[in-house]
Design a protein. Structure first.
Length: 307
């Protein structure tokens, strides 16, 4: 699977978030809104996150070494996990702190119309970034639902950017609601409530990403559909059955397959070797990510029948 779609989504989010961060921070300086400050920190964190995702893509392309014989593909999982942690610590924790602080010591907003204009501008930019993430994700997810895609995708960047952009967009709406309600009612508590809601939203998204990225980082196997294809392609011709099989993604684009297969008894060594080579070719054609395949030929020994 190419990283092109992931890179496009990351770059769209990077430029959008950088512009939004500057605009939000100016808005905070003008208005003193805690929602704007929370959103400013959120956008700065998001911009840094996109940089980390790009770094992960770059470092994962390093060639394999003796110390890392399977390469560095999991760098993309590692940096995606770091992004999830940053979203929680910098985004969620700061928003919750700022919201609670402003709720206990409310401060009136100055020039709230400036905050509204900036938030509307930010929503437009974030919508563009979110739409890019959706378009690129659709190319990968196929017929799967969005939740299933987030739960089972082996390419980490797209789910991360997708959830980040969704969180950013809903966070902007919450910030806009908080500022608007404060302006209409004259009560700054609504700005604090909006900030707390942003913190909760980011916290939920961060926890989801942390769980999913941790699962990828420690090693996930082939999907049920991929595993079924691999087993079907292996148990063909001179291979009678798969005795047992283990799979693991060692990078988003590289699946390791190790299996013990039962061959027909009495095959010459040349036929055994040819059967193994043919099986590897069939598996790679059916599941292109199965780049590393190790097959152990054996004889199938059925369980002894107890008299």
């Amino acid at each position: 699977m190419s990283t092109g779609g992931s890179t496009k989504a990351i770059l769209a989010a990077l430029f959008a978030n950088a512009g939004i961060a500057v605009a939000k921070f100016v808005g905070f300086l003008v208005t003193g809104s805690s929602s704007m400050l929370a959103e400013s920190v959120h956008s700065v964190a998001d911009t840094s996150n996109q940089g980390l995702l790009l770094l992960g893509q770059k470092t994962s392309q390093r060639k394999a070494t003796k110390q890392h014989p399977f390469g560095y593909g999991r760098d993309r999982y590692f940096y995606s996990f770091v992004v999830a942690l940053m979203l929680f610590t910098l985004g969620s924790a700061f928003a919750l702190y700022e919201g609670i602080h402003k709720a206990t010591a409310p401060e009136a907003l100055t020039s709230p119309i400036v905050a509204v204009i900036i938030l509307v501008f930010a929503i437009a930019l974030e919508s563009y970034s979110f739409n890019t993430a959706i378009v690129e994700s659709r190319k990968v997810k196929g017929d799967a639902g969005w939740w299933s895609f987030i739960r089972h995708a082996r390419t980490p960047e797209l789910p991360v950017v997708l959830l980040e952009d969704a969180g950013a967009l809903f966070g902007l709406v919450l910030a806009l609601a908080g500022v608007s309600l404060t302006t209409v009612t004259g009560d700054p508590i609504w700005d604090a409530v909006g900030t707390i809601c942003i913190g909760v939203l980011l916290g939920v998204i961060a926890v989801i990403l942390i769980i999913e990225m941790k699962s990828l980082l420690i090693g996930e196997g082939a999907t049920p559909a991929e595993l079924a294809k691999i087993e079907d392609e292996l148990a063909t011709g001179k291979i009678l059955r798969v005795i047992h099989i283990r799979t693991q993604y060692i990078g988003p684009d590289e699946l390791l397959v190790a299996a013990k297969v039962a061959l027909r008894p009495g095959l010459p060594l040349e036929d055994v070797a040819q059967a193994i080579d043919d099986a590897e070719t069939r598996v790679r054609a059916a599941v292109p990510t199965a780049r590393l395949i190790y097959l152990e030929p054996d004889l199938y020994r059925s369980a002894a029948v107890t008299p």
